[in-house]
Design a protein around this ligand. Structure first.
Ligand code: KET
Length: 458
């Protein structure tokens, strides 16, 4: 039997739909009087490709909101204003407001292009071996006993996010505790990455809005009452979004507490070198945990510190108690990665390996990295001075005290909306600004906007 040919009634109101329905009625009545051979072979039936099919199988899909961080850039791109300023995403800009490709990266890329022996074959599932080895050295230190004892497995992943996701998938499959504690607040993508990997996300107190500093007591209490074995996400340095890091002494206390409660540290290292300008200083927290012989995970990103954002280069390392365990863990990581994206891309990892293996390129990199970190620090001073000069109500010293790419201004979401509407300044609604997006030329405009927001919007 032929199904009846009509458009859904809800869609029959426009003139076009009425015409189409009349056509459909005509077609069904004329075909019902045709021969039986036509009926079976040439009949017109509604198919997904029919020109008359107006209703999508996806029509129930609702419009999703933009990402709270990357969506800021989407809104910024739509704004025609010549004074617009994007302080949303954590991406480094020069004094001229332009994205920066490091000179050392251009040199490494040139080497790669000139090397005719290079091919574009698939990498192994865990990526470029030399990149993995050098990445582990970069974060754990060249003299790390864990590396020397082959207790570390490192796999190349899709930047920091991919490394977190692979680590979380592995933990959800192979670790006895499924709860991960993240700081409050944390990078907005953390809870999504971990939940989708199958972990259950809880928070520990981290930031105190009253002092605009660390709520150390709250942190110790919350980790102290976490169930034994729980996973704890720690920002290795330059905490995002607050720019507030524990001191080395506080790290030591955190380490002792976590080890005594057998909590498993999972470090997110997205800003090594960006906090202090020194790659070694910024890895101290991680190295303290590895030095005690205990186990931990670390997700590394080269997006910011090598400016390789879109190349998606990163690494996941899992430090184990023995080489034997590390080998088995690695074999299971392959089973996580293979059905997810098979193997990682070759280009970015080759750039990183070229820089990390060569003494001259490495030292050039550290100089360029320090210059980026220093420019951000200078922006902190300039913005703080500009607000003081305007007599903007409030204590703005936290702009100088906070560390890394971001300042957690303390501006509320209404003030942020005001600044976007009136001054075309784009930032995340929690009041975080990317200091790396600021330049000497744009500081006055931002200071004017903050002054107006603080004095006119409560
Ligand atoms: N961890 C943290 C703490 C982080 O801030 C980011 C990126 C990442 C991981 C992931 O970076 P990847 O590009 O996957 O290596 N943060 C900036 C960009 C973003 O949200 O994607 C940001 O906060 O603006």
């Amino acid at each position: 039997m032929r199904p009846e040919l009509t458009l859904p009634t809800g869609h029959a109101s426009s003139p076009t739909d009425r015409r189409l329905n009349a056509l459909l009625r005509h077609l069904s009545s004329s075909s019902s009087s045709s021969s039986s051979a036509m009926d079976t072979n040439n009949s017109i039936s509604p198919s997904p490709t029919s020109a008359f099919q107006h209703d999508s199988v996806f029509s129930h899909v609702v419009q999703a909101p933009e990402d709270p961080i990357l969506g800021v850039t989407v809104a910024y791109n739509k704004d025609p204003s010549p004074v617009k300023l994007n302080l949303g995403v954590g991406a480094y800009r020069t004094e001229e407001g332009k994205p920066l490709v490091l000179n050392v990266v251009r040199k490494a890329e040139q080497q790669l292009v000139n090397d005719r022996a290079r091919v574009k074959e698939y990498l192994p599932i865990i990526g470029l071996a030399e990149f993995n080895k050098l990445s582990a050295k970069l974060i754990f230190g060249a003299d790390s006993p864990a590396i020397q004892e082959n207790r570390v497995t490192t796999v190349q992943c899709l930047s920091g996010t991919g490394s977190l996701r692979v680590g979380a998938e592995f933990l959800a499959k192979h670790y006895h505790q499924r709860t991960i504690y993240v700081p409050l607040p944390t990078w907005g993508n953390h809870p999504k990455v971990f939940t989708l990997a199958g972990l259950s996300v809880k928070t520990y107190r981290y930031y105190d809005p009253a002092t605009r500093g660390l709520n150390f007591q709250g942190l110790l209490e919350d980790l102290g009452s976490a169930p034994a074995g729980a996973i704890v996400l720690l920002h290795a340095c330059a905490h995002n979004p607050t720019g507030v890091d524990p001191t080395l002494q506080q790290w030591e206390q955190i380490r002792q507490l976590m080890r005594s409660k057998k909590l498993l540290p999972f470090f997110d290292s997205a800003y090594q070198g960006f906090a202090s300008g020194s790659l070694d200083a910024d890895a101290q927290s991680v190295r303290m945990f590895v030095a005690d012989g205990g186990e931990c995970l670390a997700a590394q990103s080269y997006a910011k510190n090598m400016g390789l954002y879109g190349e998606r280069v990163g690494a996941l390392s899992i430090v184990c108690k023995t080489a034997d365990v590390a080998g088995k863990v690695e074999s299971q990581l392959k089973l996580v990665i293979r059905p997810m994206y098979s193997n990682p891309p070759i280009h970015g990892a080759s750039i990183v390996a070229a820089i990390l293996r060569d003494r001259n390129l490495y030292s050039e990199w550290t100089i360029e990295l320090k210059a980026m970190a220093d420019r951000i620090i200078s922006m902190r001073h300039q913005l703080c001075d500009a607000l003081r000069a305007r007599g903007t109500p409030g204590d703005w010293s936290h702009i100088i005290k906070q560390i890394g790419m971001f300042t957690f201004t303390g501006l509320n979401s209404k003030q942020v909306t005001f600044m976007t509407k009136e001054y075309h300044i784009y930032m995340t609604s929690d009041g975080r600004i990317s200091m790396a997006g600021l330049s000497s030329k744009t500081v006055p405009h931002l200071a004017d906007a903050i002054h107006a927001a603080v004095t006119r919007v409560v």
